[in-house]
Write a protein that binds this ligand. Structure first.
Ligand code: GLC
Length: 423
C-alpha cells in the first residue's frame, strides 16, 4: 500500500516536472517596420494562450542590412538567447549552417506554400526557414491627383517622370503645396536600394546584376542608362533627402499626402488606408513602370520574410512549434488582412476576406510569381558583399559621384575579384 502511494506520488511529480519543462521561454527577433511588431505581438499572445509557452520579442531596426549584420554576429557567437529569427528571403544561403533543418517538422505543411518560395529557403536539401509572407513592390499612385490633372497611370519610367513633374509643378503653383513631390523611393545605401535599382536595371533590359549561372552582367549600357535616369530624379521629382530614405521615410512623405507616386512594398497599402493617413481612400497600386529599348518590361524585385530556428536554441521543439504557427494559414490570413502582406499560401489569394481588405492581391499573385530574385542563390555566402558593392555603386551615381558607366565598370572589376574562382 505504502509502496503504491509512493509510486503514485513519484509519478505525479514526474508528470509535473515534464509539464513544466514543456512550457518554454522563447525569444524571437524581428525588424520593426510599420505596425509589424504590434501585429507579431498580437499573434504571439494567441500562441502563448494556446501552448503555455512564453515568447519575448526582441525588436530590431527596420533595415534588413542592419538586422543581417547583427544576426550574423550573434549566430557566429552561438547565441543561445534567441530561438527564432525572422529572416529575409535573401539570407537563406548565408545563414543556412546556423539554423535547424525544418524538413521533417514541416513535411505536412510545405505543400500549402508556393513551391518556389520553399525552394528559395532550401539550401543543399535543408529547409532553412518557413515562409511568413512574400513581397513584390508596387507603384503607389494618387488616384485623386491623376484624375484632377487628367493623367493616366504611367506604364513606363519616361511617362512617370513627365506625369510626376507636371502634377508636382501644378500642385505647387496652383494649390500652393510647396511640399509636394513627384516620386519617392528607397535611395539610402542599403539592401533596399539594391531592390529598387535591380528593378530599374531589369525593367530596362539590363539583366539581373549577376545571372543565375553566376556570370557578372551588370556592366552594360542598358543598366547604366537606367541608373543614370534614376540619378536624374534626385532633386527634380524626388527630394534630395531620398538619398537617405528607406521604406519608412518614403512612406512618411507619401502618407502625409506629399508625393504623387511612391515605390514601396505592399505593407504600405494597409497603413496608407489607416484612419490617420492623409491619403486614405485616395490611392491605388499598379505594377512598376517598364524602361525602354530591347527587353524592357515591368520588373519587381522578389522580397519576403520567413521564420528560422536557431541551432543554438535551448528549446528547439517549442521554437519549431512557434515557427510553424507563424507560417500557418491562420496567421497568414490575418497578416494579409491587417498588414496587407502577401501570403505564401496559394489558397489565400482566393479568400473573400483577404480580397475585401486588400483587393490588389488578386493581381499580385502573378506579379510576385514573375518577380526577379536578387542574386543570392548564385553568389551563396558572398551575397551580402555583392549587394553592398552594387548599392554603393548606385548610391554614388545617385549622389552625382561619377556616371553610371564609370561606377559600373569599377563594380564589375570588384565583383570579378570577389568572385575569384568561386560561385
Ligand atoms: C522588404 C523585402 C525584403 C527586402 C527589403 C529591402 O522588406 O521583403 O526582402 O530585402 O524590403 O529593404
Amino acid at each position: 500500500m505504502m509502496l503504491k502511494k509512493m509510486l503514485i506520488g513519484l509519478m505525479a511529480s514526474v508528470t509535473l516536472v515534464a509539464g513544466a519543462a514543456q512550457a518554454a521561454d522563447l525569444a524571437i527577433v524581428s525588424g520593426d517596420t510599420g505596425t509589424g511588431l504590434a501585429f507579431l505581438r498580437s499573434q504571439l499572445d494567441k500562441f502563448e494562450a494556446a501552448t503555455g509557452h512564453k515568447v519575448t520579442v526582441v525588436p530590431m531596426p527596420s533595415s534588413t542590412s542592419d538586422q543581417f549584420g547583427q544576426y550574423r554576429l550573434w549566430l557566429a557567437a552561438g547565441n543561445t538567447d534567441i530561438d527564432v529569427y525572422q529572416t529575409d528571403v535573401i539570407w537563406a544561403p548565408q545563414l543556412a549552417d546556423q539554423f535547424l533543418d525544418l524538413t521533417d517538422a514541416a513535411k505536412d505543411i510545405v505543400a500549402q506554400h508556393f513551391p518556389s518560395i520553399i525552394e528559395s529557403q532550401t539550401v543543399d536539401g535543408k529547409l532553412v526557414a518557413l515562409p511568413a509572407f512574400t513581397d513584390a513592390p508596387a507603384l503607389f499612385y494618387r488616384k485623386d491627383l491623376l484624375e484632377k490633372h487628367g493623367k493616366s497611370v504611367p506604364t513606363t519610367w519616361a511617362e512617370l517622370e513627365t506625369t510626376a513633374k507636371e502634377i508636382m509643378d501644378a500642385e505647387r503653383a496652383e494649390a500652393g503645396n510647396q511640399d509636394m513631390w513627384g516620386f519617392v523611393f528607397q535611395g539610402n545605401a542599403y539592401e533596399g536600394l539594391t531592390c529598387d535599382a535591380l528593378e530599374w536595371v531589369m525593367s530596362n533590359g539590363g539583366g539581373q546584376i549577376i545571372e543565375a549561372d553566376g556570370s557578372i552582367s551588370i556592366n552594360n549600357e542598358q543598366a547604366a542608362a537606367a541608373i543614370d535616369r534614376a540619378a536624374g530624379w534626385v532633386g527634380t521629382i524626388a527630394p534630395d533627402g531620398v538619398l537617405a530614405y528607406q521604406e519608412e521615410e518614403s512612406r512618411g512623405v507619401w502618407q502625409l499626402g506629399n508625393s504623387v507616386f511612391m515605390r514601396n512594398w505592399p505593407y504600405a497599402y494597409a497603413l496608407g488606408n489607416g484612419d490617420d493617413s492623409a491619403v486614405k481612400g485616395k490611392f491605388d497600386v499598379a505594377p512598376l513602370p517598364a524602361g525602354d529599348g530591347e527587353g524592357a518590361r515591368s520588373a519587381a524585385t522578389l522580397g519576403g520574410w520567413n521564420v528560422a530556428v536557431s541551432k543554438y536554441s535551448p528549446d528547439p521543439e517549442a521554437a519549431i512549434e512557434l515557427a510553424k504557427f507563424l507560417a500557418s494559414p491562420e496567421v497568414q490570413k490575418e497578416r494579409a488582412i491587417e498588414q496587407s502582406n502577401l501570403p505564401t499560401i496559394e489558397a489565400l489569394y482566393d479568400d473573400a476576406d483577404v480580397l475585401a481588405a486588400s483587393p490588389f492581391m488578386a493581381n499580385w499573385k502573378a506579379i510576385f510569381q514573375n518577380a526577379v530574385p536578387r542574386p543570392s542563390a548564385p553568389t551563396k555566402t558572398d551575397y551580402n558583399e555583392v549587394s553592398s558593392m552594387f548599392w554603393s555603386a548606385v548610391h554614388n551615381t545617385l549622389s552625382g559621384n561619377g556616371t553610371a558607366a564609370e561606377n559600373l565598370e569599377i563594380l564589375e572589376a570588384d565583383l570579378t575579384d570577389l568572385k575569384g574562382n568561386g560561385w
